[in-house]
Design a protein. Structure first.
Length: 399
């Protein structure tokens, strides 16, 4: 286990180049399996989840080389159709290789994926959607073992706009020469980025990119490509929160404000001064954050669940009463206990957290239970009086 020690109370000021998006690059790494050739990705964040994906690609028989933040992936000579448990359980996104391998080989096997402990994250939507495209799942107590004898076109109706299920179906559709329609698709910027990659490489013909209805046709000849990963909107929001919590000022580069509209509006409601331009965002924190009477997480374009933990910290030191409602992952409010250890006045009832802002948090020894929780506790430490030690820092290194 790893720890990080933070000495709080220091005003942050400066500028930073935002890394490539974790949530965009992981499905694109899985998508590289679709093309039996060379894929070059630029602005790749060299984080633990990316290295876990690289290990999977190399286990399947691919070759990966890295120069700076550029990654070259050669999947011409893949030999395996199965991902072993030791690789699959390291991260949630390993499940996306299922659709990609089915499209490439017509068969795939992997164990149930791992990832952060933030509540129930079933892959049922993934599997039901794949069945609609003609995929069969073989009896297997421990693995997901799937085969396809003949792809079929048709419609998939997602009962929830799941990002993972939408990505899974996009990857699987690459092997399907029939027309596939996805209704109720997720609309997050990372979905748009994956669609743009699949179109650029010739893997899919698509209509409706950026909407809740995607129409596509695969089974096409792909081509070598070079693709740039956009900036990480969640990492960007985390840096903005660091400035807001320390009465600081920060300018971010290589980030699209259009990907962060709801997040930036929430910062402004809490009294932050926000400016935006062509691939840059600037924020100046107030002397005291304003309370936010009510903020709820929901699928894009609403406020993102991945920013909930950071804003929950901000609410604990805001002037007045604030309420956070979590509608995506039921266990994401579990960090409230750690915030109480740091002096926060916070109570959780079901999916809502009720905060009465204190003037400042105090240093304590706390533990991160997932990536966003760990990052948020670091933010809390930046605000706190004295020294804060955050255990399980390896979660933060995932992203």
């Amino acid at each position: 286990m790893s720890d990080i020690c933070i000495e709080g109370g220091i005003r942050l000021k400066g500028e930073i180049k935002i890394q490539g998006s974790k949530n965009a690059v992981l499905p694109i790494l899985a998508a590289s399996v679709l093309h039996p050739g060379i894929t070059v990705l630029e602005s790749v964040p060299l984080i633990r989840d990316v290295w876990a994906s690289v290990e999977i690609i190399e286990f399947l028989g691919g070759k990966v080389s890295v120069t700076g933040d550029q990654m070259e992936i050669d999947t011409r000579f893949l030999t395996s159709k199965e991902i072993p448990k030791r690789l699959g359980e390291r991260m949630r996104s390993s499940v996306l290789f299922l659709g990609a391998m089915l499209a490439r080989f017509g068969e795939a096997a992997l164990y149930r994926p791992g990832g952060c402990a933030i509540g129930s994250r079933p892959v049922d939507l993934h599997l039901r959607g794949l069945e609609s495209l003609g995929v069969m799942f073989l009896p297997d107590d421990s693995r997901i073992h799937a085969q396809i004898s003949r792809w079929q076109g048709g419609e998939v109706h997602l009962t929830y706009p799941s990002v993972g299920a939408t990505e899974q179906l996009l990857l699987a559709a690459a092997g399907n020469g029939e027309i596939t329609r996805i209704y109720g698709a997720a609309r997050e910027p990372e979905i748009v980025t994956l669609c743009e990659f699949l179109v650029q490489t010739g893997i899919l013909q698509m209509e409706g990119i950026g909407t809740g209805t995607l129409v596509m046709c695969g089974g096409r000849e792909s081509r070598d490509s070079c693709f740039r990963i956009p900036g990480d909107r969640i990492a960007a929001g985390t840096y903005l929160a660091a400035a807001a919590l320390t009465r600081g000022e920060v300018q971010l580069h290589q980030i699209l404000a259009s990907h962060m509209t709801s997040t930036l509006k929430a910062f402004q409601k809490m009294g932050c001064s926000v400016g935006t331009g062509d691939q840059w965002i600037q924020l100046k924190g107030p002397s005291r954050l304003k309370n936010l009477p009510f903020l709820a997480t929901n699928p894009f374009p609403e406020f993102p669940t991945d920013m909930q933990s950071a804003f929950l910290v901000m609410m604990t030191v805001a002037d007045g009463h604030s309420v956070m409602e979590e509608n995506v992952f039921e266990d994401r409010l579990a960090m409230a206990e750690s915030l109480r250890d740091m002096g926060a006045d916070i109570q959780v009832q079901g999916r809502r957290a009720f905060c009465r802002g204190v003037s400042r948090l105090r240093g304590a020894k706390v533990s991160g239970t997932d990536l966003r929780c760990g990052a948020a506790l670091v933010l809390a430490g930046l605000n706190a009086d004295g020294q804060t030690i955050v255990n399980n820092y390896e979660y933060v290194l995932r992203g």
